[in-house]
Design a protein around this ligand. Structure first.
Ligand code: FAD
Length: 477
C-alpha cells in the first residue's frame, strides 16, 4: 500500500537551492518536507563547488612543495625552504581527504535541515500533477501532497552525442574521483569548470591539452582579464587548441584518441589517457513528470517571474533549473527568498549583481559590468586599475607576479560604480566587497575613502578606485 503525507511546502532537490529553501521554510515555522534522490548538498556539495575546490587546493599545495624541491635541485631554495626529496602524491589519499570535507559538510546540511524541523525523504520524486508526487523510498512508495512545491532539481553534465562517456571519456564528476593522475589529460571545453579541473591536474603533474571551439578561453570575461590565465597556461606548457571541434573518440591499445577538426577544417588526432568533457550543463527537466505540472518554459529552463513563481499557482522553481548564471549562490538566494514569500514576506529577486568567480590560476572575479559592456549600453565610463604587484601583502604571499589586478568601472557623470573585476591569486576572497559596493550603489569616493586594512589584498580595490579618480597613491596616475 502507498503511504501518504501532506505538507505545506514540498522542496524537490537538496542542492544549495533546495536545502536553503527548506531550512528557511522550516525556520519560519512552515511544515516542510524535502525530497532528494542522492546525498543532501546537491551538485555543489557532492560533485561540484566543494570537491573541486578541495582538489584545486591539494593540487596547489603539491605544486608548491614540488617547487621547493626543484629550487633546492637548482641550488636556490625557495623562501629559504627546501625539500631534499621530491614530494610524493598518493591520489587515493587526496581523494579520501576531499571526500572527508564533503562528508563533513553533507552531515552539516542534514543536521541543519533536521534542526529546522524539515522532514527529509530519500528517493526520486515523480509528479503526476502539480502538487502531488510519489517517491519510491527504501520503506516503499510514498505519495506526497503539498500546498506549495519548490522545484530545485538542478542540472546535469552535457554529454557530446558523438563522444559518449566511458571509462576513458569522463565528466567533471569522475574527474573528482580519479585514483591516479592521468599522464595526458585532454579537456574538451575551456570554460570555467574545464579550466579549473584542467589546471588542477596540470599542478598534479599531468600533461594537459584543452580543445576549445571558440577562439578564446572564458568568453564572458574580456581579454585583459583572461591574459594572466593564458600566461600561466603557456608558462606551464599547457596547450589550448582554439577553434577546434571535437568529433569522435577511438581506442588505441586501451587509450582514447580524440579526433577533432582544427581551425582550417583539417582532421587531427590527439592521444590521451583520459578525456574530460566540460561543455556545459543542462537543467534537469526530464524524467520526473514536469510535463504534468502545466508550467511554462523559457528555452530549456522553467520560466519564472521575479519572485520565482512558475505559471502554475504555488509552484516555484529556483537555481540551475531556471537559467543562467548556474551558480550555487544564486540558487541559495532564490531558495531563501521563495521560502520567505511563502511565509508571507514581501520579497522579489532583483539583485544588482550576481558575482561570479573562476577558481583558475590565477583566480578571476567578475561583478557587474565590464568597461566594454557598459560602453555597449551607451554609458560613458571611467576605469581605474591597480596591479597586485604594487600591493605589499600580495608580495608577501608571492602573489603579485601573475599579472593580476583590480579594475573598477564607474559612470563618468556621477561616478557610481558599475562593475569591479579582479584577476590574481586569492582574488576570489575580494568578491564580497565588490558585490556589496554595487548592491549599496557605491560611488568611487565610497571605496576610495573607506579605510582598508594594511597589508591586505583589498587595498587594491581602494587604490583602483583612487586611480579612477586620478589620485592613486602607490602607482603614478
Ligand atoms: P543542484 O545542486 O544540481 O541540486 C539538485 C538536486 O536535486 C540534486 O541533488 C538531484 O539529485 C536532486 N533531484 C533532481 N531531480 C530530483 C527528483 N525528481 N527527485 C529527487 N531529487 C531530485 N557554482 C558556484 O557557485 N561556484 C563554484 O565554484 C562552482 N563550481 C562547480 C564545479 C563543478 C565541477 C560543477 C559541476 C558545478 C559547479 N558549480 C559552482 C555550479 C553549482 O554546483 C550549481 O550551480 C548548483 O549546485 C545549483 O544548485 P541547485 O540547487 O539549483 O541544483
Amino acid at each position: 500500500m502507498t503511504a501518504e503525507k501532506k505538507c505545506k511546502v514540498l522542496v524537490v532537490g537538496a542542492g544549495p537551492g533546495g536545502y536553503v529553501a527548506a531550512i528557511r521554510a522550516g525556520q519560519l515555522g512552515l511544515d516542510t518536507l524535502i525530497v532528494e534522490s542522492d546525498r543532501t548538498g546537491g551538485t555543489c556539495l557532492i560533485r561540484g563547488c566543494i570537491p573541486s575546490k578541495a582538489l584545486i587546493h591539494a593540487a596547489s599545495r603539491y605544486e608548491e612543495l614540488c617547487a621547493h624541491f626543484n629550487e633546492k635541485e637548482s641550488g636556490s631554495g625557495k623562501l629559504g625552504i627546501s625539500l631534499s626529496a621530491k614530494p610524493e602524491l598518493d591520489m587515493n589519499q587526496t581523494i579520501a581527504w576531499k571526500d572527508e570535507v564533503v562528508d563533513k559538510l553533507n552531515g552539516g546540511v542534514e543536521g541543519l535541515l533536521k534542526k529546522a524541523g524539515v522532514n527529509i525523504v530519500k528517493g526520486w520524486a515523480n509528479f503526476y500533477d502539480a502538487k502531488t508526487c510519489t517517491v519510491d523510498t527504501a520503506e516503499g512508495p510514498l505519495t506526497i501532497k503539498a500546498e506549495h512545491v519548490i522545484l530545485a532539481n538542478g542540472s546535469s553534465v552535457i554529454e557530446l552525442p558523438n563522444i559518449p562517456f566511458s571509462d576513458n571519456v569522463i565528466s567533471s564528476t569522475e574527474a573528482l574521483q580519479l585514483d591516479a593522475v592521468p599522464e595526458h589529460l585532454v579537456v574538451i571545453g575551456a570554460g570555467y569548470i574545464g579550466l579549473e579541473l584542467g589546471i588542477a591536474y596540470r599542478k598534479l603533474g599531468a600533461k594537459v591539452t584543452f580543445v576549445e571551439g571558440l577562439d578564446r578561453i572564458l568568453p564572458i570575461y574580456d581579454k585583459e582579464m583572461t591574459r594572466p590565465i593564458e600566461t600561466w597556461l603557456k608558462k606551464h606548457k599547457t596547450d589550448v587548441i582554439y577553434k577546434a571541434r571535437a568529433t569522435s573518440v577511438s581506442d588505441a591499445d586501451g587509450k582514447p584518441v580524440l579526433t577533432y577538426t582544427d581551425k582550417n577544417g583539417d582532421e587531427q588526432h590527439l592521444q590521451a589517457d583520459k578525456i574530460l568533457v566540460t561543455v556545459g550543463r543542462r537543467p534537469n527537466t526530464q524524467g520526473w513528470g514536469l510535463e504534468n505540472m502545466c508550467v511554462d518554459m523559457n528555452g530549456p529552463f522553467i520560466k519564472v517571474n521575479d519572485q520565482n513563481r512558475t505559471a502554475m499557482k504555488n509552484v516555484w522553481a529556483i537555481g540551475d533549473l531556471v537559467g543562467e548564471p548556474m551558480l550555487a549562490h544564486k540558487a541559495s538566494a532564490q531558495g531563501e527568498m521563495v521560502a520567505e514569500i511563502i511565509a508571507g514576506h514581501r520579497r522579489s529577486f532583483d539583485p544588482v549583481v550576481i558575482p561570479a568567480v573562476c577558481f583558475t590560476e590565477p583566480e578571476i572575479v567578475g561583478v557587474g559590468l565590464t568597461p566594454d559592456e557598459a560602453k555597449a549600453q551607451g554609458i560613458d565610463v571611467i576605469v581605474g586599475k591597480f596591479p597586485f604587484a604594487a600591493i605589499g601583502k600580495a608580495l608577501t604571499m608571492e602573489a603579485g607576479g601573475d599579472g593580476g589586478f583590480v579594475r573598477v568601472t564607474a559612470r563618468k557623470d556621477n561616478q557610481v560604480i558599475l562593475g569591479i573585476h579582479a584577476v590574481g591569486a586569492h582574488a576570489a576572497e575580494l568578491s564580497g566587497e565588490f558585490a556589496l559596493a554595487l548592491e549599496m550603489g557605491a560611488c568611487l569616493e565610497d571605496l576610495a575613502h573607506t579605510i582598508h586594512v594594511h597589508p591586505t589584498l583589498s587595498e587594491a580595490t581602494m587604490e583602483a578606485s583612487l586611480a579612477a579618480l586620478g589620485k592613486a597613491i602607490h602607482i603614478s596616475n
